[in-house]
Each structure stands twice: as C-alpha cells, then as structure tokens.
Design a protein around this ligand. Structure first.
Ligand SMILES: Nc1ncnc2c1ncn2[C@@H]1O[C@H](COP(=O)(O)OP(=O)(O)O)[C@@H](O)[C@H]1O
Ligand SMILES: [Mg+2]
Length: 258
C-alpha cells in the first residue's frame, strides 16, 4: 500500500563506499518523514555524509540499504518533480549558454510549447530578481547572481520538492543572507517541500521548520529540533530572538556530544 500522507519517507537508510578494498561506512540507519510543504534542514559537520544523504534522496546515489519513497513511490532515479541546487554554481551553469538558455535546460526532452517555455523562464527569472539579465552569460554575472540562475533553473519545472546541497556556501556573507530570504520566500509562497543540507547551524535554524542533526561516523540522526519561529523571518529580529539563541545553544552542545 502506498502511503501518501508523507511526501517523503526515508527508512533505515545506510551507505558505505568501497575505497581501494576497504569499506567506508558513511551513514547508518537514517529514518525521516517529511510532510508536504515542510522545510527541513539537515545539519552536520563537513565530511559527515550530508551530500551523500541528499543525493540518495534525489535518486543520484544508490543506498547500500534502506529506502527513500516520494509520494509512496520508491526512488530509484531522479524524480521529475524535483529541483536540485548544489554548492558550486560555476560548475552547474554552462558558460556558453545565456542565462535564459541555462534556465531552460530542464525543458529538454519535455513536451512544452515554445511560448510556455518562454513564459516559465521569464517567470522564474523574475522571481529570483534577474528579469533584466536573460541575455547575459554566466561569466558576466557575480557569484551570487550565478547562484540565482541555478535557483531559477531548479524552479522552472514547478517542482513539488526542492533539494539544496549547501547552496550558499560559495557566496559571500551578505549575499548569502539575501539568498536565504529569497529561497525562504519562494518555497513558502509556492508551498514547495524543501530539504537543505548545511554545515551552518544558524542557517539551518533560520530557514527550517525542523532541524535534523546528523553526527558520528557512521553518521545517524543525533538530534531533531522543531523550529517554532514565526514566518516570514527576519535576518535581524529572528536571529536575536531568545528562542533562536536557545536552539542554537542546544544544537552546538549536541554537536560537541553534550
Ligand atoms: N563516491 C564516493 N566514493 C567514495 N567515498 C565517497 C564518495 N562520496 C563521498 N565519499 C566519502 O563519504 C564521506 C562523506 O562525504 P559527503 O557526503 O560529501 O560529506 P559532506 O557533504 O557532509 O561534507 C567522505 O568521507 C567522503 O570522502
Ligand atoms: Mg557536501
């Protein structure tokens, strides 16, 4: 029986890699349910297995054991209804394509009329604040703007699920805050289920409805925090809210194993 009450169901997910004859156990028995429209942050130290986990959810890496289901269907390949943004915008955009062509890439092999594609590309470029840059090339844009192009592209097929792998790690601090708010506003308005992985505890709390901390080696879920902060959130007020500060203290303590 398919269970459609949960948008995403992750069950006993484990992953090991074979490295020149020896086995590296990265993740162990990760289980997590995500409801429709929920914003989840998976947080953990560098190298703990965050990218591996989100790639398994995306159907890009095969689990060693355990399952991921989206709308009750087992994930074996990247699902159509998913957008994915990674850390490295410079590698994810094609330098010889203009902004609008980069954004239209997911339409490839999909049945949309030229007019529909054009409208959709315009709509998502507008949403990320790049309406005037459609004809530019990635190398003519700043890093933050290139990451906006990657975000626009992840939204062009109207995903029900957005997966973000440290999407703001390569942009500077001020731009990072702007992009956090951009993503938060878009997914809230479009009711997109979102999973972000980040090593940044503050970013995780600021964005998410629930923070899942993974730690140890092999990594498993070590703490879950429900983030009951009002939306829309504010970079200045939310981050100085005593509830925010308390959650940050709890998560840091948990990371240090206390
Ligand atoms: N394809 C792979 N083959 C072998 N080892 C890998 C592979 N992908 C990741 N790893 C190893 O798995 C561990 C977790 O990596 P990763 O998921 O990228 O961590 P994070 O994203 O949290 O920094 C690291 O030790 C990394 O070297
Ligand atoms: Mg990573």
């Amino acid at each position: 029986m398919k269970d459609r009450s949960k948008h995403i169901e992750i069950l006993n997910l484990s992953k090991s890699f074979e490295n020149s004859g020896s086995e590296l156990k990265v993740l162990k028995n990760i289980s997590l349910d995500v409801s429709s429209g929920e914003f989840i942050a998976i947080c953990g130290r560098s190298g703990v297995g965050k990218s591996t986990l989100i790639r398994m959810i995306a159907g890009l890496v095969k689990p060693s054991s355990g399952t991921v289901a989206i709308d009750g269907d087992l994930v074996v390949n990247p699902p159509n209804s998913m957008g994915f943004v990674t850390q490295d915008y410079s590698r994810s955009l094609l330098p010889w394509f203009s902004v609008e062509k980069n954004v239209a890439l997911p339409f490839k092999a999909k049945n949309f009329s030229k007019l529909e594609k054009k409208r959709k590309v315009e709509e998502v470029l507008e949403a990320v604040g790049l309406a005037d840059f459609a004809k530019f090339y990635p190398w003519q844009l700043s890093g933050g703007m290139q990451q906006r192009v990657a975000i626009a592209r992840s939204l062009v097929l109207d995903p029900k699920l957005l997966l973000l792998d440290e999407p703001f790690a390569s942009v500077d601090a001020q731009i990072r805050l702007e992009l956090e708010d951009l993503i938060a506003n878009i997914v809230l308005q479009k009711k997109i289920t979102t999973i972000i992985v980040t090593h940044d505890i503050d970013e995780a709390i600021y964005l998410a409805d629930r923070v899942i901390l993974i730690s140890d080696s092999p990594a498993s879920v070590s703490k879950i925090i429900q983030v009951k902060l009002a939306r829309p959130r504010s970079q200045t007020e939310t981050r100085s809210d005593p509830k925010f500060v308390k959650m940050r203290t709890q998560l840091y303590a948990s990371l240090r194993g206390k």
